[in-house]
Design a protein around this ligand. Structure first.
Ligand code: SF4
Length: 440
């Protein structure tokens, strides 16, 4: 969609001390009740706020997934319909900065990274917040150092029952400083419902991801649980369901991914699948369909699948669905390259990269600094987990068409910074400043 972008009132938010309910919306119906969060203005982009506001006004029901064209003449940038900070991330950032503001002199810790964005995490650290664990759960500061006088923020991914219990035993209040996203809690609730019906819980997620570790902990408190990383692992799990593989091998093959007391002989007869909220929608669907079919074949079922497979929908969150849908919509535009912005350890961002790189050269970058010159770009290969240098990444053609999106933990200001930098490499009549002015 090429829209005529009109001037818009751009909301400007500063951090204040006002109190907000932590979970004020219904996670089942986010679009109807979304609230405005107060996050530091440095994360906002006047240009992108105006574009998002305009698109929202024109498409209240979120049915239009076509990108927004920023036409600079020799350079055409197509911005995805949905990208950037999601509900859970804004909620977490608001609570974290408010906590700093309201508690001068107090020691404030975060259990681990607040969200998967290096700039936001560095900003929190510069405000005196220390991280107790790294993103893989390795201890950075011993829990022994934390006292009842301290504040411990629980990140948007949530945490394990064991850590929650440990904090409570230390007398550390967890409710007020818990930024767990309601959409993550929704997965835990779904697990509980499945568990009550005596299904084993299969969690499709990255085993070492904070959210999946938290979800596994909550699921395992209610039912036998096992994590599958991807379709490859789902296929291996299916071999234990059908008996094609010896049960004894399971414990080595799925080491660290199953709950205590897991009995392969008994606990794979009835299963239900939940997901890490940020997985690739097509993978999630394919894995659930595959495991369901495995049950149908194993038990020779013409009907009554619910005896062996809990028939539930996926537990991807609204932001994952919106952002992936917007990338699919954006990819219908024939373009020369795509830029995806976000933290390199961000799961939801890597899935946007995955979708783009199937169709065109894609550069996954964390900030404008990675664009070194018009000829060189440093970008992350999430398959090899290495940053690589590519030269001549901007093809010499006009107009050059670039698709841009970002992950749910990426500030819009970073995307605007990237657009501003790329624009300087072209002889454009309309620069970013002029474009922003148009909306003010
Ligand atoms: S990506 Fe989804 S689940 Fe994760 S913080 Fe954002 S809204 Fe919550």
């Amino acid at each position: 969609m090429i829209i005529d972008l009109q001037p818009a009132n751009i909301p400007v938010h500063f951090v204040t001390c006002s109190r907000f309910p932590i979970h004020p919306i219904n996670p089942g119906n986010p679009s109807s009740d979304m609230k405005n969060f107060e996050v530091p203005i440095i994360y906002r982009s006047p240009l992108i706020s105006a574009i998002k506001k305009k698109r929202k006004e024109m498409d209240k029901m979120k049915k239009d997934f076509t990108p927004t064209l920023l036409d600079f003449g020799p350079l055409q940038i197509y911005l995805a319909r949905h990208f950037g900070f999601c509900y859970g991330v804004e909620n977490a950032i608001e609570i974290a900065f408010r906590t700093v503001e309201e508690n001068p002199g107090k020691k404030i810790y975060l259990l681990s990274e607040m969200i998967h964005n290096p700039q936001v995490n560095a900003d929190l650290q510069s405000h005196g917040i220390d991280f107790l664990q790294d993103t893989h759960g390795r201890q950075l500061i011993p829990f022994d150092k934390v006292t009842a006088d301290d504040i411990v923020l629980i990140p948007a991914f949530g945490t394990t029952i064991a850590i929650e219990k440990m904090l409570k035993e230390k007398g550390i209040p967890t409710e007020e400083y818990n930024t767990t996203c309601p959409f993550v809690e929704k997965v835990w609730n779904r697990s509980e419902v499945i568990a009550k019906k005596d299904y084993t819980i299969v969690i499709h997620g990255k085993p070492n991801h904070e959210e999946t570790r938290a979800t596994f902990s909550h699921a395992a408190a209610n039912a036998p649980s096992v994590v599958v990383r991807d379709m490859k692992q789902a296929k291996e799990l299916a071999k234990y369901i059908t008996g094609e593989k010896e049960a004894d091998n399971f414990y080595e093959e799925f080491k660290g991914q199953y709950s205590e007391g897991f009995d392969v002989g008994r606990h794979l007869e009835r299963i239900g699948v939940v997901n890490q909220t940020t997985m690739l929608a097509s993978d999630t669907q394919a894995i659930a369909d595959f495991l369901k079919q495995t049950m149908i074949e194993k038990y020779n079922l013409a009907s009554g699948i619910e005896i062996h497979f809990a028939d539930t929908k996926d537990t991807l969150c609204y932001a994952t669905n919106d952002n992936q849908g917007a990338v699919i919509g954006m990819l219908e535009t024939k373009a020369d390259l795509a830029i995806v912005v976000g933290g390199y350890n961000s799961s939801n961002t890597s899935h946007l990269v995955e979708l783009c790189e199937e169709k065109l050269p894609t550069y996954f970058i964390s900030s404008e600094e990675k664009i070194l010159t018009a000829k060189k770009i440093l970008h992350y290969n999430f398959h090899t987990k290495q940053e690589v240098l590519t030269t001549e990444y901007l093809p010499a053609k006009q107009p050059l068409k670039i698709l841009i999106t970002s992950g749910a933990s990426c500030p819009d200001a970073l995307v605007e910074g990237i657009i501003s930098k790329i624009v300087t490499y072209f002889d454009v009549k309309k620069n970013i400043a002029a474009l922003i002015e148009q909306f003010q």
